[in-house]
Ligand binder design. Structure first.
Ligand code: T4K
Length: 384
């Protein structure tokens, strides 16, 4: 019999992958000895090289976080006017558009992967459209082939927010090789991290120099400023942490695969629960484990379940709530009208990210599933 009393320690939606302090200390000593702490240092160059290999990409530039990577990546492409994207994402995606003076045009999402609904993109294209910004949500890739087909037809750039898809492959090809550019986030909550950090991978080699200038005040040498840049450099401590974390990523991914199977087994027959994260590819990032609650079948709402789980010390999250189209400064847009985004409106009320990280014990996964089952059964019996 499983004890489904309150868990002793809180279980959070994620926990960072932590290399041993001893190993980090030896990396840090090298940084200390060099007295070189940031500005394109040795650790950053090493990490860049290793990530170039790991992500199997031609071109990569590292940044201090994913948001700045995306913001400056968009800047480097000289976009103007409107960019078609989705409202079901983290605020950073659309804020990167904002800071470039670009207007988001919100496209609905499709129910299986929660990524942009490619059947609805063409209707949103106007003479002002300059790009499509797709988001690979929770580790599920967009329909990259269809998006490229549309972009080619209308001569649009394609940028991906790949914050959640570190190391993902699509039919044997690295996910960063699709579109013109992909942003990866290396935040502490991501599969691979540098505490804060990010990268761009991209096709056009000439952008390497431009992006390196953009992230360093637009400086060339000490006396020339050629672009309106910013400070978005990855520092040496971030890079040193990345070098150690990268060694642990494959094991972490394998562990998350096991946890995913455990969750799926135990949640398979719970009425009103659908598992969203269903990528089978062994190269998936397994970034989040997400379920959708059908209020009618489950008997209670997603928000109710989230609150009940907290009583048991389980801290799930309702990523991505609220929809970006509901932000005060976007509400007036035609594309933000709820009637134009029926699937996103439904999804944002129904999905829940459950605790998911390599260190999570399988017994805890079982306990979480048992709590959910118990809550469901109790709900139904009360209703009867
Ligand atoms: N695009 C997309 C689609 C994104 O999801 C994100 C970021 C971005 C762009 C931007 O990339 P970055 O600029 O961040 O590189 C977190 C992350 O801060 C954010 O990076 C991430 N997406 C987003 C989905 O989640 P919060 O507000 O949920 O974080 P927080 O502090 O509530 O942490 C969540 C849980 O993680 C905590 O309950 C416990 C655990 N945790 C967290 C931290 C920071 C730890 O155990 N240790 C830690 O150090 O945003």
């Amino acid at each position: 019999m499983i004890d489904i009393g309150t868990l002793k320690e809180p279980i959070y939606v994620t926990r960072p992958l932590l290399p041993s302090l001893q190993k980090l200390n030896s990396q840090f000593s090298e940084v200390w000895d060099s007295k070189w702490l940031t500005n394109n240092g040795l650790q950053q160059k090493r990490l860049e090289k290793q990530l170039k290999d790991y992500l199997n990409t031609e071109n990569i530039v590292l940044f201090n976080n994913g948001t700045m990577a995306l913001l400056l990546g968009l800047k480097s492409l000289n976009l103007a006017g409107e960019v078609i994207t989705t409202p079901f994402t983290f605020p950073a995606t659309v804020q990167a558009l904002d800071w470039n003076g670009l207007t988001p045009v919100f496209c609905d999402i499709e129910p299986d992967t929660l990524t942009i609904d490619v059947t609805k993109i063409e209707a949103l294209i106007t003479e002002k459209t300059s790009a499509i910004l797709g988001v690979h949500v929770f580790g599920n890739p967009c329909d990259v082939l269809k998006i490229q087909e549309i972009a080619d037809k209308y001569d649009l750039k394609v940028i991906y927010d790949g914050a959640h898809v570190f190391g993902t492959m699509i039919k044997g090809k690295p996910i960063g090789s699709f579109g013109d550019m992909t942003m990866f986030s290396f935040h502490a909550t991501k599969l691979f991290h540098t505490i804060e950090g990010g990268a761009l991978t991209f096709k056009d080699q000439s952008l390497v120099m431009k992006l390196n200038q953009l992230k360093n005040f637009g400086l060339v040498g000490q006396e020339e400023v050629v672009l309106p840049g910013l400070n978005a450099k990855m520092n040496e401590i971030q890079a040193a942490i990345g070098l150690e974390t990268l060694k642990l990523v494959d094991e972490e991914r394998a562990r998350r695969h096991e946890i995913k199977i455990e969750y799926e087994q135990h949640l398979a027959n719970v009425p009103g629960i659908r598992v969203i994260t269903k990528l089978e590819d062994e190269n998936s990032s397994y970034q989040y484990f997400v379920i959708e609650i059908d209020e009618c079948l489950f008997g209670q709402s997603r928000d109710w379940l989230l609150e009940q789980l907290q009583q048991y010390n389980v801290f799930s999250r309702k990523y991505f709530y609220p929809l970006c189209s509901d932000f005060a400064w976007y509400k007036h847009l035609k594309s933000s009208q709820p009637k134009n985004l029926p699937q996103a409106q439904k999804t944002v009320k129904g999905v829940l990210s459950l605790p998911y990280y390599g260190e999570l014990e399988l017994t805890s996964v079982l306990t979480i599933c048992e709590i959910i089952k118990k809550l469901q059964v109790t709900t139904v019996s009360v209703a009867l």
